[in-house]
Design a protein around this ligand. Structure first.
Ligand SMILES: Cc1cc2nc3c(=O)[nH]c(=O)nc-3n(C[C@H](O)[C@H](O)[C@H](O)COP(=O)(O)OP(=O)(O)OC[C@H]3O[C@@H](n4cnc5c(N)ncnc54)[C@H](O)[C@@H]3O)c2cc1C
Length: 493
């Protein structure tokens, strides 16, 4: 089995095709130590940093993007398969109201296709498998007992209603922000999802959306996340976060989601410097000196487009205001991995299943059919999330594979135990991400420190999906944050 590093390296070179010209280590400015000068230095070549760079360049500014890894895309990553295909180790799906990511992909000629969603979902609960239709009266709600369903419907409607009271640009100013930020989602669920089967549904929804347990999250943060699952004309809903059809998992990208940052970076040419982890950002008169391994950039403005806890690992001189530093001390990454098993065919389809599981047990409790659009081979993708992810952080790949395939065989039968390939991407172990899909806030963080999330510090500006108003935590949020920060910088440059 190839290591994660080998896979990611291949993904840039192999999956990029013509779009990657100018981005290999040899041509992207990594060969020798260099000193560069620019109007703006962008730290991080994820979707946020690259989008910011695109808009700044379009406005006539000179830009250098410093990227720590040997590839662009950050939390978006195509992984090559031995069969010539690829799979996605990070952000993958988009859905309705994720307009900015869709517009970006359209502008780069990256098309979408529907996530496989034909056939029945599978509920695995209390040791029993129950296939269920996703287009019935209850939508795709798993078939739990009637009392649980009634309770769950009320809880869901309440969450959506409360989320409407959250201003997405400043959730800490909601009238009840203090009350909501005093409790965890777990505390709130225990008081409201009083039927055990209903609580189970929200527990699964929580780990699926946040890759965090309900006890880790402020209730205010959860309401903000729901409010952010929309756009200026469509208020966010929980359903839009959790659904496949009509929700955030509706579409995938032809060629894999990393095609978007790869093609975007290609438009920036040698402005993007790979293998350049930024170590220090030092103010020097009216300029900033950004020092990375192999490259030093002097710029009038700096955009830091990396996740908050990772931004905190850069040394700032002078030190950042306490509010900003304490914020980043309190926004840990959630815990996530993806396990993708490859088969000759998507055999579960013949059994009338769409590959989507909701389970109350196992290392993987949520799966998708990640086969390519032509179904030339089968791919089952499972999320390893929250407590389960942490449990397996230090396990060998063989141990994780055995545990995951045991789950897949339980859900889809013995055929699932013998894939032709198995790919594992554990984000908790990635130096420049250390978890995912997003930074999370426990009680007390948003109300005490929230205003420091986007507030520039002198000439240093903050981007990244965590700073978005809509679709925080998603690729769309990253793109929106890049667009916002470019406007912010252009207003003062
Ligand atoms: C397993 C998983 C599944 C996901 N699923 C989805 C999904 O289906 N749909 C969806 O929309 N979103 C999904 N997401 C979330 C989505 O991938 C992210 O929200 C988005 O990619 C974040 O982009 P970003 O630019 O804000 O940050 P990042 O992608 O994290 O980019 C930050 C960049 O900064 C670099 N960097 C870090 N430190 C330094 C440094 N010191 N110097 C220089 N560079 C540095 C990093 O290497 C990285 O390239 C998922 C994420 C994960 C991990």
């Amino acid at each position: 089995m190839a290591t994660e590093r080998q896979l990611s390296r291949r993904s840039l070179l192999g999956a990029a095709g013509a779009g990657a010209v100018g981005l290999t280590a040899a041509t992207a400015g990594t060969a020798a130590a260099a000193t560069r000068t620019a109007d703006v230095c962008v730290v991080g070549a994820g979707l946020a940093g690259l989008t910011a760079a695109r808009d700044l360049v379009a406005a006539g500014k000179s830009v250098v993007v410093l990227e720590a890894r040997d590839r662009v895309g950050g939390r978006v990553l195509n992984l090559s398969l031995a069969n010539g295909g690829f799979t996605e180790g990070g952000g993958e799906f988009i859905g309705p109201t994720q307009d900015r990511m869709k517009a970006l992909a359209d502008s780069l000629g990256v098309a979408t296709f529907a996530t496989y969603n034909t056939g029945k979902n599978l509920l695995y609960k209390d040791g029993r498998k129950t296939p269920y239709a996703t287009d019935g009266l209850l939508g795709s709600v798993p078939p739990i007992d009637a009392a649980g369903l009634a309770n769950a419907a009320i809880v869901q409607a309440t969450l959506d209603d409360l989320a409407k009271q959250i201003p997405v640009d400043a959730p800490w100013t909601a009238a009840k922000a203090d009350e909501w930020d005093r409790q965890t989602f777990e505390t709130w669920l225990r008081a409201n999802a009083v039927i055990p089967s209903a609580k189970f549904l929200f527990d699964v929804a929580c780990t699926s959306v946040f890759s965090a347990e309900p006890r880790e999250l402020s209730f205010l943060f959860v309401l903000f996340y729901i409010a952010a699952a929309g756009n200026a004309s469509n208020p966010g809903t929980l359903e839009r976060l959790t659904e496949t059809a009509g929700g955030a998992q509706e579409l995938r990208f032809v060629g894999g989601s990393q095609q978007v940052p790869i093609k975007l970076a290609a438009t920036l040419g040698d402005r993007v410097v790979l293998n350049a982890p930024v170590r220090t950002i030092t103010k020097s008169g009216s300029q900033y000196v950004v020092t990375a391994d192999g490259t030093t950039v002097t710029a009038r403005r700096v955009v830091v487009a990396v996740p908050p806890p990772i931004a905190a690992r850069i040394t700032y001189d002078p030190v950042l205001p306490a509010a900003r530093d304490q914020l980043t001390q309190r926004l840990p990454m959630a815990s996530v991995g993806k396990a993708i098993a490859i088969y000759d065919t998507p055999f579960w389809r013949a059994d009338g299943l769409n590959g989507q599981v909701v389970s109350d047990t196992g290392v993987v409790s949520s799966t998708f059919d990640n086969s390519p659009p032509d179904a030339s081979y089968g791919a089952l993708m499972g999320f390893i999330e929250a407590d389960e992810a942490r449990k397996f952080d230090a396990a060998s790949e063989a141990e994780v594979r055995a545990a995951v395939l045991k789950d897949y065989a339980t859900y889809f039968g013995e055929k699932a135990a013998s894939p032709s390939a198995f790919v594992l991407q554990r984000w908790n172990n990635e130096t420049y991400t250390r978890g995912g899909p997003v930074s999370i806030a426990a009680p007390g963080v948003l109300t005490q420190y929230g205003p420091a999330l986007r507030r520039p510090v002198g000439g240093i500006h903050w981007a990244g999906t965590e700073t978005s108003t809509y679709w925080i935590g998603y690729m769309d949020g990253a793109v929106r944050s890049g667009e916002r920060v470019a406007k912010e910088v252009l207003a003062v440059l």
